[in-house]
Design a protein around this ligand. Structure first.
Ligand code: SAM
Length: 264
């Protein structure tokens, strides 16, 4: 599968994008500072590259489909390298629009439990699941503010993969147009806790490990900075007795890290 979509092709597939174009050095470009253009472009990529029909909440972060796909692909391939069985059950924490849950269920044909805390996102994620005919494979669960433990729908279950692109903001983070890829983030997306915003992720690891099948993997996607946050998370994986492996993915100028703990 070719992952990218050239600007020229995106414009042909979705002419609505034309109003956000400009020329630089004779080349056509899209002004991605506008949230609307990012919204339209990513919807177009999802539809034409991934065959996924999705809507996003106007107030939420607009996810980059390619980085999300590389994240789930990395985790699923890592699982397959370690195990001779198929991936059966997956848990996602903080699904937002449902993008990771939908991609993993669609491309790896497994059962996905995905949690979210914002009521409007839960509804949107479920609508997106239905749009893609995945209601038999994906469940969207209201975490009611819990992380993993204490969610009745998950209690007593075991998973092959637990994944999250977690909220990772340090205290007093403010939504800013630039640093959120054109999205105005909500308060709830700006949580994380701890000095570097690592606390939410540490809780996913500490609680999640009890819900992991042997051979399973917990994977968190993290931005490049601050490196202290990645380091704390990696140390916790080792402290919990999991095998640590971190991979780097690059999409355009952005670096993302996939930090994995293997329960071997
Ligand atoms: C960085 S966003 C990731 C969204 C989506 N998975 C993606 O990849 O674009 C983190 C999400 O976690 C959600 N969240 C925050 N606290 C939560 C909790 N206690 N339980 C479940 N989700 C939570 C936020 O509302 C937000 O949608």
């Amino acid at each position: 599968m070719k992952l990218g979509l050239k600007i020229e092709d995106a414009l042909k597939l979705n002419p609505e994008l034309k109003k956000y174009t400009y020329y630089k050095n004779g080349k056509i470009r899209i002004d991605f500072k506008s949230k609307e253009s990012l919204y339209l472009y990513n919807k177009t990529v999802l539809k034409h590259v991934f065959n996924i029909d999705m809507d996003f909440h106007r107030d939420a972060l607009i996810p980059t489909p390619v980085s999300r796909y590389l994240f789930i692909k990395n985790l699923c391939e890592s699982f397959k390298e370690e195990n001779s069985r198929d991936i059966k059950d997956v848990l996602e924490i903080g699904t937002g629009s449902g993008i990771l849950a939908i991609m993993i269920a669609k491309y790896y044909r497994c059962n996905v439990y995905a949690t979210e805390v914002v009521k409007e996102y839960i509804k949107l994620a479920w609508d997106n699941v239905i749009r893609n005919n995945l209601e038999n494979r994906v469940r969207i669960i209201d975490s009611k503010g819990k992380i993993v433990e204490g969610i009745p729908e998950i209690e007593g279950k075991k998973f092959d993969i637990i994944l999250s692109y977690p909220p990772f903001y340090s205290p007093h983070s403010v939504p800013s147009k630039r640093s959120f890829g054109g999205a105005y983030a909500r308060e709830v997306e700006l949580i994380g806790g701890g000095k570097y915003g690592e606390e939410f992720s540490l809780r996913i690891l500490r609680e999640g490990i009890k819900y992991l099948r042997r051979g399973g993997i917990i994977g968190l996607m993290m931005p490049h900075k601050p490196k202290e946050r990645r380091k704390i998370i990696e140390e916790e994986i080792v402290n919990l007795g999991l095998n640590l492996k971190t991979d780097k993915i690059e999409v355009g100028k952005r670096k993302r890290y996939i930090i994995k703990g293997y329960f071997l």
